[in-house]
Design a protein. Structure first.
Length: 181
């Protein structure tokens, strides 16, 4: 395993409880996500990695990046951050598309475009490959929990599922015995 660090990435399993699905009853892997890191937190993290720049300088650059990337995307300019990937805009269409070019001539693009999405394509070059299978090799995966929905916070089941987490034991991994004193 060629992990960048030894910090474990927990893989939880969630059961498909949709009785209408042909995959009903099967378990699917999902990664456990931690609390989202803020811009200040990211700046501190970068500074803590031995940067010659202080947290406030890094934070200033990141703030400017957060202003400039959306500005450029709103003009149709994709932005590539070498080693990370490319951000680019796409249109979300209303009503499944237009029947003809003639139909477009009688309306504004505002009528057809529901929204503009910001997409991200991970870097895929040999040195900086962080596409899905290559990135997996940089992670240290371990089993986490079985995630079970035990109820909902609202009657319509739209918001607020209540989860039960049960640790998954891994019989494949054997712990080494403690050395005798």
């Amino acid at each position: 395993m060629s992990t960048v660090n030894s910090i474990e990435l927990k893989v939880n399993l969630r059961k498909n409880n949709n009785e209408k699905s042909d995959q009903f009853g099967k378990y699917y892997a999902e990664l456990e996500r931690k609390r989202t890191l803020s811009l200040k937190g990211l700046a501190k993290h970068i500074a803590d990695h031995g940067s010659i720049f202080t947290r406030d300088v890094i934070e200033g650059v990141l703030c400017k990046l957060c202003q400039c990337v959306p500005e450029l995307l709103s003009q149709g300019v994709p932005v590539k951050l070498d080693g990370l990937g490319t951000f680019y805009p796409t249109a979300e269409n209303k009503n499944g598309g237009l029947e003809s070019i003639e139909a477009a001539k009688n309306m504004s693009p505002e009528t057809q475009v529901e929204g503009i999405r910001i997409r991200f394509q991970a870097e895929g070059s040999d040195l900086d490959n962080i596409t899905s299978k290559a990135f997996k090799e940089k992670c240290s995966l371990v089993w986490g929990d079985e995630i079970e929905i035990t109820g909902y916070k609202d009657a319509d089941k739209k918001y607020g599922p209540i989860y039960k987490k049960t640790p998954i034991s891994n019989p494949i991994v054997e712990e080494e015995p403690e050395p005798e004193p």
